[in-house]
Design a protein around this ligand. Structure first.
Ligand code: GLA
Length: 688
């Protein structure tokens, strides 16, 4: 479902392993109007003779493609020797694209430093935990803390910005490509120690917050503090991830500043993230970007609308505004277990899911495969012979779709009444101490998201510290770490009339990844009028029954104890391990003008469906569409002219859908009607 591909494709990884406002639609200084929705592709002119470029661009233009992302791996072509820059070829490519009505997103090439650089300055290479320097020949072999490397990055970004910062056809920049790797070299360790010193001030404070008296871990000097490898002190591990996040932010900022110095402000700056990849805190790394984007790959199997939708909503939450799908698969990838091609029609269905969840662009990776290099088997839009692949006509249709309704969707964005909270700190904390190997917290997250998303047309996924006013329902499926400011944010939301629903393992730890000296959900317990007595990793299912029906809880169950006479038990455990027998599994309590609910069990789909219905009804969340057939997804984007609904039939049969009021299908050009029929995998774009 969510992208496990980071485990597979990034073979250079040293560790194992996606208020609202519209995305900026900047004005270009060229006469060409930017489309309302962008269709695009990654194009690598440096891999092909110049004589071929025009034919490629013509084929792109025929498909309705309006952007190419280029240059993000072309460092050795742009700077073949230290300080010798060659951008003439790139400038030709950009102006040739312009002749075909194709805008350019310029990638900085810093994920792939050239061989002259890493051989002359081997300190720019990253170090594996075992002390080995990574060799040239792959990508992401750089050391993100290395000052010399950062200087090279600043220089290439500066030279590119000088050359293309005023180019009317360049609309934006992508910094680097899919940040993923760390370095374990002594200088990185020194910087980590300095970072800790700045944060904690004294070793006493650090030792206390990390409980280093445990196993004699006490640090007497900053220099003793290691980079964690494998399982280590939970406080140290969390701070390392935060350091990595700040370091990627500063690594990126070097290039952002270089570009800002020479580029027109209309040129936006993004980075292409990898969905749920957890190598760093994406809220931190997004902070200096104008817009987030992500690379949306299914990998093996087929489109999972809830999984995809959830990842879009996550990415939209990084900047709390529309985003781009910078890369997506043209049929198949080359890095998964089974690299099957998506079914006919599925790529278009997927593109509309992107747009429905707030993407303003869909870019295919890639246009044509390089004849050599590591990705020869990856899907493309044209073959090695330069003629269209079987998928090409489907992309032509997407181009026609976008041209037809681009203006209807221009400047529109999803607007939600429901928010999910997602925190990297909690993600890491649970994953490091799962307590049962079955605890897949993203599966738990999705067990809430899927049934709720079937009832409501939009869900935001936001940082727990984000402003929550405007939401009626806030769901926190995995909020394990609960720093005080977050607890205050949540309490204020409930006090003002919101409904907060907490999932299992909530409110257990403080901001240092230390256990709170109180029972879960810590500072929220008084408002809940209940607390968690004990948690149980389950080896056998536990029956539950109550307002959400009878079901079997698996994987995890917590024993709740009511502390307030008016705290209401909604679901109760049946006979199981003795401890849980007859005890509350779900408790709800009114607090201020709102409500707080704790779901202590990992509930199966049937109970989650009823819980979702109750959450929506009891929170006063309204959706225009009701009784939507199973497998049909409704997405809403809101603009000045009102609501635009994107309705996608994810099933393989035609479906009749009753509309809440008479609407026009702008995609099929039909007149006003109160019902539509959608063919298998087809889409409607509906307005009043
Ligand atoms: C990533 C990278 C691309 C390419 C694709 C292949 O998203 O950004 O360079 O490797 O994967 O799926």
């Amino acid at each position: 479902m969510m992208r496990t591909r980071s485990l597979v494709v990034l073979c250079v990884l040293v560790f194992s392993c996606l208020l609202l406002s519209a995305a900026p639609v900047p004005q270009t200084s060229s006469n060409q109007q930017q489309p309302g929705l962008f269709l695009g592709t990654a194009w690598y002119p440096e891999q092909w003779p110049e004589s071929r470029w025009d034919a490629d661009l013509q084929l792109m233009q025929n498909a309705g493609i309006h952007f190419v992302r280029i240059a993000e791996f072309a460092w050795s072509t742009m700077e073949p020797q230290e300080g010798q820059y060659n951008f003439d070829w790139l400038e030709k490519a950009v102006s040739m694209a312009q002749k075909h009505g194709i805008f350019v997103v310029m990638g900085t090439p810093t994920a792939a430093p050239p061989a002259w650089l890493t051989s002359k300055y081997p300190e720019t290479l990253r170090m594996e935990p075992d002390g080995q320097l990574v060799k040239h020949g792959n990508r992401q072999h750089f050391d993100f803390t290395n000052a010399r490397y950062r200087e090279f990055c600043r220089q290439i970004a500066t030279e590119m910005a000088k050359r293309f910062g005023h180019n009317p056809n360049v609309i934006g920049w992508q910094i680097d490509n899919e940040y993923a790797t760390y370095s374990y070299d002594p200088e990185t360790q020194r910087q980590f120690q300095q970072w800790l010193k700045k944060k904690y001030g004294t070793l006493d404070s650090l030792n206390q917050h990390w409980t280093t008296a445990y196993w004699s871990q006490t640090y007497d000097t900053w220099e003793e503090i290691p980079i964690p490898v494998g399982y280590n002190n939970p406080g140290l591990m969390l701070e390392w991830k935060r350091f990595v996040s700040d370091t990627y932010r500063s690594y990126q900022k070097v290039q952002i500043d270089a570009i800002h110095q020479y580029a027109d402000p209309r040129q936006w700056i993004t980075h292409n993230f990898m969905g749920w990849f957890d190598g760093f805190d994406h809220y931190t790394v997004s902070a200096d970007l104008d817009m987030a984007s992500w690379d949306n790959y299914v990998g093996s199997g087929h489109l999972d609308p809830a999984g995809q939708g959830m990842t879009h909503d996550l990415t939209r939450g990084f900047k709390r505004k529309n985003f781009w799908v910078m890369e997506t698969q043209p049929g198949n990838v080359n890095w998964h277990a089974i690299n099957n091609v998506l079914d006919k029609g599925e790529v278009r269905e997927m593109a509309w899911g992107d747009i429905g969840h707030g993407a303003d662009a869909v870019g295919y990776w890639q246009w044509r495969s390089a004849l050599g290099g590591q990705e020869q088997y990856h899907g493309t839009l044209v073959g090695p012979d330069g003629t269209p692949m079987p998928l090409y006509p489907e992309v032509v249709q997407i181009g026609a779709d976008f041209a037809k309704v681009g203006d209807v969707l221009r400047g529109t964005s999803p607007v939600a009444q429901v928010a999910f909270l997602y925190s990297y700190d909690s993600r890491w904390a649970i994953d490091w101490q799962k307590h049962t190997k079955e605890y897949d917290q993203l599966a738990n997250f999705k067990s809430y998201y899927r049934p709720l998303r079937e009832l409501v047309d939009t869900i935001d996924i936001v940082n727990p510290s984000a402003p929550l006013d405007g939401y009626k329902l806030v769901v926190a499926p995995n909020l394990n770490l609960l720093p005080e400011p977050v607890a205050k944010n949540l309490l204020a939301f409930v006090q003002a009339g919101g409904h907060l629903v907490l999932g299992p393992r909530s409110g257990m730890k403080d901001e240092y990844n230390a256990l709170l000296p109180e029972r879960q959900p810590g500072p929220l317990a008084p408002a809940l009028g209940a607390h968690v007595e004990q948690y149980y990793a389950l080896d056998e299912p536990v029956p539950v029954a109550g307002d959400f029906g009878s079901a079997e809880s698996k994987i995890w169950a917590e024993l709740l104890k009511s502390d307030a006479p008016d705290a209401k038990t909604l679901e109760t455990y049946g006979k199981s391990n003795g401890w849980l027998d007859g005890q509350p599994a779900v408790i709800t309590h009114n607090y201020g003008k709102g409500t707080i609910t704790y779901v202590a069990a990992w509930l199966p789909d049937n109970a989650m469906n009823s819980l979702a219905k109750w959450m929506v009804d009891s929170s006063g969340v309204k959706s225009a569409f009701t009784n939507v057939p199973a497998g049909v997804e409704v997405c809403r984007r809101v603009g000045k002219a009102g609501d635009v609904f994107i309705v996608i039939n994810h099933t393989k049969q035609s479906q009749k859908i009753a509309l809440p009021y008479a609407m026009k299908d702008q995609l099929h050009g039909t007149g006003s009607s109160q019902e539509i029929e959608l063919q298998a995998r087809d889409v409607a774009v509906l307005t009043k």
